[in-house]
Each structure stands twice: as C-alpha cells, then as structure tokens.
Design a protein around this ligand. Structure first.
Ligand SMILES: Cc1cc2nc3c(=O)[nH]c(=O)nc-3n(C[C@H](O)[C@H](O)[C@H](O)COP(=O)(O)O)c2cc1C
Length: 297
C-alpha cells in the first residue's frame, strides 16, 4: 500500500489526517503519525501553534505537518514557526498558493495545497507546490462553492496536473481509500472519521452526533458566502446561518450540538463506532488488502 506520497512524506501509509480547527491537536496528530499516517496540526487550537508542535514532538518521532490557513492574519507567524521548528510538511488552504510556497520550498518544506476545483489545482501547481489535496463537496468544513464531488474532482485533477493528487472528502474506510487510489490519487486526506476516535479531543456530544448521523444528516450552510458542510441542527436551519470560528468551537469543544456550527462530512452517516486512531488506520489497510485479494481477475 505504498505510493509516491509515502516516499515524499516519509510515511508508511498514504493516509493523511486533515487539519481541523480546535481539534487537530497533538493528541490526534501524534496518534495518526505513530500509526503510520501523517497527522496535521491545526494552528487554530486553544494551546496555539507553538505548544502543539512542542507537544507533538514529545509524543511522536514520526513526521507530522502543520496547516497554514493562508487567509489567517497570523499566517506569517505560522510560517516562521514551521521554519523554526523544521516541520517537514505544510498543508496550505484558503488562499493564494503564491503567497508562501516559495518561502517554504526554500526551507526544504513540502507544500500541499488544499483546493476544491481543477482551475485552483493548476494554479497551485504553477506556484510550485509539491502535491494537491483535492477536496470534494462530501467533506466536512469549508467546501467549494461549486459543490463538485470527490468522484469527479480527483480524476479530473489527475488529468490536469503532473504533481501527485491526494483525495479528500467522503473517505472513511478501506472502500473509499481504494476507490480514491483507483481514481488516480496517490493518497487520501481524512477528517470526519478521525473525529470519532478515542484520541480526538472533540466533546463527546459531537462524537455521539457523528455516530447517530445518517446519510442525510448534513447540509451546506452559507452557500452564497462561505459554504461549509455541517450536521443539521437548530443553528443550520436559520436563514442567516454562517460559518464562524466561535460557533465551531462551541460545537466541538463545549458540545453545543443544538446551536453550534457542527462542521462535519457526509461520512458521518457511515461511522458507527468510536475507535482508536490505530484501528482506523489498520482497518483501512487490512480491509483494503482483503478487498483486493477477493477480486478474481
Ligand atoms: C471539524 C472540521 C474542521 C476542519 N477544519 C479545517 C481547517 O481548519 N483547515 C483545513 O484546511 N481543513 C479543515 N477541515 C477539512 C479537513 O481537513 C478534511 O480535508 C476534510 O474533513 C476531509 O473530508 P471528510 O470530512 O469527508 O473526511 C475541517 C473539517 C472538519 C470536519
């Protein structure tokens, strides 16, 4: 189950844990990296970037990454911290890839840009990034305004760029993992499935809402402004419902599943139990191998 991405990132399995504001902390990140995937720290946590990097280094000797929200007023400080701490990879999202890519590349840091349409993938390739993370509309969090799904986005991007493509959005188990590789992806980025794990610090109400969710439990709010996929609740039905970081925090950290902004992907409908991170990753690999060996070709 090795791909080009494994060599590039020096990881065992081509499975990346997507950055998630408030909850992609050292606990989750180190568990993913220790299990052979790549954990990604979110700089938007209660502890803050410096502490998260320090704690992650205490908990794993394996590579991990940091998310760079390009739009953030603190983006420059995040870049400085990543360079100072010699973090090996950055996933950049929400902004122009030209802004920081050359600075990071000069320092020998791998840059992977999260995008939601092919035009933006080409733009990121032109800016010199090492890989593209193509995120389909099934994903939790901020989604592309055109709501293009992973199944069409990934092969379109693979045809359009020369650098490796990683699939994100809608992947929760071995089936989605293998499907992504068949579509031409060199790896996957997973968010929602990693929330429903023992190591993730998300509030238990939030984790239970994922376990209880069905295929039709999520919706996209802020379609004309800042589209974000959330679990439906009292908040999401309001006309003026729009993504805001405080609302996200109250859902994820305080467990306000009624009025919080419950960023979550469609895979919530497939997730039936809270697992250890190690088991999420091992199950993807073991079940994946079995699916392949069952094919009679
Ligand atoms: C609660 C939550 C918060 C997220 N926050 C961020 C973020 O801060 N930066 C980012 O680049 N992506 C963010 N994402 C997107 C994930 O990194 C990942 O790409 C996405 O969850 C993949 O789709 P999936 O949920 O279907 O697995 C977030 C997703 C969720 C569910």
């Amino acid at each position: 189950m090795r791909t080009k991405i494994c060599d590039m990132l020096e990881i065992r399995y081509p499975i990346i844990q997507g950055a998630m504001g408030w909850i992609a902390t050292a606990e989750l990140v180190s568990a993913v990296s220790n299990a052979g995937g790549l954990g990604i720290i979110s700089p938007l946590t209660d502890r803050g970037i410096k502490e998260e990097i320090k704690k992650t280094k205490d908990l794993t000797k394996n590579p991990f990454g940091v998310n760079l929200p390009i739009w953030s007023p603190n983006a420059k400080e995040i870049v400085e911290e990543v360079v100072k701490e010699r973090v090996s990879v950055v996933t950049a999202s929400g902004g122009n890839p030209k802004k920081f890519t050359s600075t990071l590349k000069k320092e020998g840091i791998n840059v992977m840009q999260v995008v939601t349409k092919v035009e933006h993938a080409k733009r990121a390739e032109d800016a010199g990034v090492d890989a593209i993370i193509m995120m389909g509309a099934e994903a939790g969090g901020l989604v592309g305004g055109d709501e293009i799904t992973t199944f069409t986005l990934v092969p379109s991007a693979v045809d359009a760029v020369k650098i490796p493509v990683i699939a994100a959005g809608g992947i929760a188990d071995a089936r989605g993992f293998l499907a992504a590789l068949m579509l031409g992806a060199q790896g996957v980025q997973i968010g929602t499935r990693f929330i429903a794990t023992e190591e993730c610090i998300a509030h238990k109400n939030f984790k239970n809402a994922i376990i209880d969710a069905r295929d039709d439990s999520t919706t996209v709010i802020g379609k004309d402004t800042l589209p974000a996929r959330v679990i439906k609740n009292d908040f999401s039905t309001k006309m003026e419902a729009i993504f805001d970081m405080d609302g996200v925090r109250s859902a994820l950290m305080d467990g306000d599943i009624k009025n919080g902004v419950m960023l979550c992907g469609q895979t919530a409908g497939m997730i039936k139990e809270i697992k250890k991170v190690k088991d999420v990753i091992n199950d993807i690999i073991t079940d994946g191998k079995k699916i392949i060996s069952d094919f009679d070709m």
